[in-house]
Write a protein that binds this ligand. Structure first.
Ligand code: GTP
Length: 604
C-alpha cells in the first residue's frame, strides 16, 4: 500500500461525547462491519466496557476508503476518555499523525477535552475538531465552536458538525481525514522499525503486540529484536485489524497492525518499545513516559485456600494490563496477598470487577492509598532501607513521626470546567480538599475553566462525585501529576470492639484526622449489620481514640417472618443466611460484610 494513501488517526474526547459511536459509523461507512441496528460500540470488547458504557482499552481498526478514484487505508485507534486511562490516549497518539477531537454540541468543552487536546497538540498532530450530537434538542454548535476557537485557537470554520448517532455528515469526516491529516513519514526502503503501542495476552498464541511501522517492512519468518530487552524472536503471524484480525504476509512502512512472535509475557512487548530486524539494528524511537501508578491497595483472597487460583487470575489479568503494578504482600489479619498499583480509583474498580466477572474470584481490598514519601531521620532505619527518602505504598508500614524528619505527599494540577453559577460552591469544595487556586478563565460567557493544585489523596476517592453533584452534573474534572510537597501526615487506625481493621488503616493529613475519623466511623456503622452484641467502632491515632460510634445489639430472627409452618420456605431462608455468612469477614468476633469496606470508601 503506498504510504501517501495511509492515514493513522485517533479519536479523542471527553467521556460520552461519542467516540465509540463515531467509530461504529466510520466502520459501517467503509464496509468494515455490516450496517445493522446492533452495532453499538463495536470496539468496546470487554464486558466491563459494555456494562459501564466506557472504553477502557484502546482498540485499533483498519478501514479501506475510496475517494475520488483513490483507495486509502485509514487506521483508526479508538481511545478511552476517562482520566484514569489517559495513559492509553498518549500511547495511541504516538502511533498517529492526526486526531479527531470530538466535542458534544450540548455539553461543550470539558476537562478531558482540554487534557486530550494538549496531548495531541504537544505531539504536533493535525487536529480535526468535530462537534457531535447536533441532533439533540439543546445542541448549540455555534456556541461550542466559539469555545473551540477561544480555548484551542482553532478557527471556527475548521469544525465539522455531525450526528454520530444518525450518521449526519460522517462521510465528510472521512474526506477531511484524507485531506487534513498527513500520511506517515515512513519509507518502505528504510530498515524495518516499529513502535509497540499496545500488547495483549492470548492463552494460545502468547503476546499479541499492536505495532505501528515507522520504516521498512516486516514479513512472516523475519527475525526481529526488541530495543528494550535485546531479545530475538521469529515473526509467526502478522496482520491488520478490521477490527477482527486479518492475517497478511507483511506489514509495510506507515501501516498499523498486530504481530505474534513467540513472546510469552507482555513485558517482552513493552509499550513504547522499538522493534527492528536482528540483522539491521536501528536507533530506537523515543518511546514515551511509562504508566505511573497513582493509587495502591492491598488485595487478598477472602479465603486463603483460594490464594493459588487468585494468584493465577491476577497474573493473567496483569498480563493484559501492564499499567497495573504487582508486589507480593502479606499481613497478620489477611494472610498472603498482593499490593497492587493502579492509575486511579476507576482503574482499580475495573480491575476488581474483571477479577470477579472474568475469573470468578472473591477478594478483600484494602483502603486505597497514594504513594507518600518520608525523609528518614533515624540512622538505623536509613541503613536498613539503604536510603534516606523512602516511598510508602502501604499505610500499615507508614513510619512513625519519631523516625522521620519530613513527610511528602504527591500533588496534582487539576482542571475544572463548570457553568459559572457553581463557582462559589466549587471553590469551597476545593478549599475543603486542601487545594490552592492557580488560575481561572472564562471559556465563553457562562462557563469557566479553573486550575487548582491538589494533594492527590484529596482527589482519588470522591472529589469528582462531589463536584458532579454540586454542579448538577455539569462540572468536569481532570488532573495531571505535579510533583511532591511536604505535608503533616499521620496514620489512623479503625477498631471494631478494640480490634484494628487492617483494611482500613489510612494515612491522613493532621488537620483532617478528626473529621476523617468521625466520617469513617459513621459510615462503617451503616455498612455493618447489627449483631447479637454491641459493637464499638472507633478511630485511633496511636493509642488515642479520636472518634466513636456504636452499633446496638440486635437479634436477627429470620424465621420470625414465616408464620405457620412452610418448611421449605424456612429451609430456603436458613440457606440464604448461611450463604450470606460466606461473604463475611470476621474481625475479632464481629462479622463484617466483604463489601463493607469498599462501600465505606464510596461515601455519598
Ligand atoms: P467513552 O468510551 O466512555 O469515552 O464514551 P464515548 O465517547 O465512546 O461515547 P459513546 O460513543 O459511548 O456515546 C455516549 C452516548 O452518547 C451514547 O449513549 C450514544 O448513543 C450517545 N451519542 C453518541 N453520538 C450521538 C449523537 O450524535 N447524537 C445523540 N443524540 N447521541 C449520541
Amino acid at each position: 500500500f503506498p504510504v501517501e494513501n495511509i492515514r493513522n488517526f485517533s479519536i479523542i474526547a471527553h467521556v460520552d461525547h461519542g467516540k465509540s459511536t463515531l467509530a461504529d459509523r466510520l466502520l459501517e461507512l467503509t464496509g468494515a462491519i455490516a450496517k445493522t441496528d446492533r452495532n453499538k460500540q463495536v470496539l468496546d470488547k470487554l464486558q466491563v466496557e459494555r456494562e459501564r458504557g466506557i472504553t477502557v482499552k484502546a482498540q485499533t481498526a483498519s478501514l479501506f476508503y475510496t475517494h475520488q478514484g483513490q483507495t486509502y487505508l485509514l487506521n483508526l485507534i479508538d481511545t478511552p476518555g476517562h482520566v484514569d486511562f489517559s495513559y492509553e490516549v498518549s500511547r495511541s497518539i504516538s502511533a498517529c499523525q492526526g486526531v479527531l477531537l470530538i466535542v458534544d454540541a450540548n455539553q461543550g468543552i470539558q476537562a478531558q477535552t482540554v487534557a486530550n487536546f494538549y496531548l495531541a497538540f504537544e505531539a504536533h498532530l493535525s487536529i480535526i475538531p468535530i462537534v457531535n450530537k447536533i441532533d439533540l434538542k439543546n445542541a448549540d454548535p455555534e456556541g461550542v465552536e466559539t469555545q473551540i476557537e477561544k480555548v484551542f485557537e482553532i478557527p471556527k470554520e475548521d469544525c465539522i458538525r455531525i450526528s454520530a448517532k444518525l450518521g449526519t455528515n460522517v462521510e465528510r469526516v472521512l474526506e477531511e481525514i484524507v485531506n487534513r491529516i498527513p500520511p506517515p513519514k515512513a519509507k518502505t526502503d528504510d530498515p524495518f522499525k516499529a513502535l509497540v503501542f499496545d500488547s495483549t495476552f492470548d492463552h494460545y498464541r502468547g503476546v499479541v503486540a499492536s505495532i505501528a511501522v515507522f520504516g521498512g517492512q516486516v514479513r512472516k519468518g523475519d527475525r526481529i529484536m526488541s530495543a528494550h530487552l535485546g531479545k530475538v524472536y521469529e515473526v509467526n503471524e502478522l496482520g491488520i485489524l478490521r477490527p477482527d484480525e486479518h492475517p497478511t504476509d507483511r506489514l509495510l512502512a506507515g501501516q498499523v497492525g498486530y504481530m505474534i512472535a513467540g513472546m510469552k509475557e507482555v513485558k517482552e512487548a513493552q509499550i513504547g518499545d522499538t522493534l527492528f530486524l536482528q540483522k539491521h539494528p536501528v536507533e530506537p524511537l523515543p518511546g514515551f513516559k511509562p504508566a505511573k501508578a497513582m493509587v495502591f491497595a492491598g488485595m487478598y483472597p477472602t479465603d486463603q485456600s483460594e490464594y493459588n487460583s487468585l494468584r493465577s487470575a491476577v497474573e493473567r489479568l496483569t498480563l493484559n494490563d501492564s499499567s497495573v503494578t504487582v508486589q507480593r504482600d502479606s499481613s497478620h489479619a489477611l494472610g498472603a496477598g498482593w499490593r497492587l498499583g493502579f492509575l486511579g480509583l476507576l482503574h482499580m474498580e475495573v480491575f476488581n470487577q474483571r477479577l470477579e466477572q472474568e475469573y470468578n474470584a472473591s477478594v478483600i481490598v484494602t483502603t486505597p492509598t497514594v504513594p507518600y514519601k518520608a525523609i528518614l531521620s533515624s540512622a538505623k532505619l536509613i541503613k536498613e532501607y539503604g536510603e534516606k527518602e523512602i516511598t510508602i505504598i502501604n499505610p500499615a508500614q507508614f513510619p512513625d513521626r519519631s523516625v522521620v524528619s519530613e513527610y511528602l505527599e504527591p500533588m496534582v494540577l487539576g482542571t475544572i470546567i463548570t457553568p459559572d453559577e457553581y463557582i462559589g460552591k466549587i471553590m469551597t469544595l476545593c478549599q475543603n480538599h486542601r487545594a490552592i487556586q492557580k488560575n481561572m478563565l472564562y471559556i465563553d460567557d457562562k462557563r469557566v475553566m479553573m486550575k487548582y493544585l491538589f494533594p492527590l489523596n484529596e482527589v482519588i476517592v470522591d472529589f469528582y462525585d462531589h463536584l458532579k453533584s454540586l454542579s448538577s452534573g455539569y462540572g468536569s474534572f481532570d488532573y495531571e501529576e505535579a510533583g511532591y510537597q511536604p505535608a503533616d501526615l499521620i496514620k489512623m487506625d479503625i477498631l471494631l470492639n478494640g480490634k484494628p481493621v487492617e483494611e482500613l488503616i489510612t494515612v491522613v493529613h493532621k488537620d483532617k484526622a478528626y473529621s476523617a475519623g468521625k466520617a469513617l466511623c459513621e459510615r462503617l456503622k451503616d455498612c455493618i449489620p447489627r449483631q447479637l452484641f454491641e459493637i464499638a467502632v472507633q478511630a485511633a491515632i496511636g493509642s488515642k481514640i479520636i472518634a466513636r460510634e456504636t452499633i446496638k445489639a440486635y437479634r436477627k430472627n429470620v424465621l420470625a417472618k414465616c408464620y405457620g409452618g412452610d418448611i421449605t420456605r424456612k429451609m430456603k431462608l436458613l440457606k440464604k443466611q448461611a450463604e450470606g455468612k460466606k461473604k463475611m469477614r470476621m474481625i475479632g468476633n464481629v462479622e463484617v460484610p466483604r463489601d463493607a469496606f469498599i462501600n465505606v470508601l464510596k461515601r455519598k
